[in-house]
Design a protein around this ligand. Structure first.
Ligand SMILES: Cc1cc2nc3c(=O)[nH]c(=O)nc-3n(C[C@H](O)[C@H](O)[C@H](O)COP(=O)(O)O)c2cc1C
Length: 189
């Protein structure tokens, strides 16, 4: 059966470059015959162990959506060398069992394949990509053994607001997509 790929942007900024990059992923996966969508998680509250159980509806809905997908691409801005709090909050929610009696193996992301990408400034998001890959492994996802796709936001993009990939970035993007597709089609032991 065709695999489904969920793309998650770490930014809720209006006109976010990472959300634009996320949409390029969704489009490209679609063109390659995969079902793909961008996750909307603006209604997910800040996790507190005081409100974990019973679980709020927004998080139940989030987990039900995540269950439908086989693979995940996290596309995140770099905030002070790491991921934004909203993305950590989302992953924290997903890393917890659905019921209070559940074990860590019973989360909706356990064992799922994933990878990371970032549109950032001069670092190409290398710090957020490294930290995010480590976080995904920590939460028992199966991140691809790859440093992730780093896109340097072109200077002109800050004027126009549009993220347009140059030919080298487009080639990196296409190669990265190809690597991820072979990874998700590969059987893990
Ligand atoms: C709190 C904060 C910290 C930031 N730290 C970094 C950083 O460490 N490296 C970097 O390349 N950009 C950093 N930036 C700039 C963001 O990468 C930039 O605003 C980018 O456009 C955000 O992505 P977005 O367009 O998807 O929202 C930071 C921005 C904020 C708000």
């Amino acid at each position: 059966m065709t695999k489904k790929i969920l793309v998650i942007s770490g930014s809720d900024r209006q006109g976010s470059f990472n959300t634009q990059l996320s949409n390029l992923f969704v489009k490209s996966f679609g063109e390659k015959g995969y079902e793909s969508a961008l996750l909307d998680y603006n209604d997910v509250p800040l996790l507190s162990q005081n409100n974990e159980y019973p679980t709020v509806e927004a998080v139940i809905n989030l987990r039900n959506t995540v269950k439908l997908y086989d693979a995940f691409v996290f596309v995140s801005p770099e905030y002070n060398g790491s991921y934004p709090a909203r993305l950590k909050n989302l992953i924290d929610w997903l890393s917890r069992p659905e019921s209070q009696e559940g074990t860590q193996e019973l989360t909706v992301i356990n064992g799922k394949k994933a990878t990371v990408a970032s549109a950032a400034n001069s670092t190409y998001g290398k710090f957020v990509r490294k930290n995010l890959n480590e976080l995904l492994a920590y939460t028992r996802m199966n991140p691809m053994d790859h440093e992730g796709l780093g896109i340097r936001i072109p200077v002109e993009a800050w004027g126009t607001g549009d993220l347009v990939l140059d030919s080298e970035q487009q080639q990196n993007f296409d190669e990265f997509i190809a690597s991820f597709i072979s990874y998700i089609e590969e059987k893990l032991n």
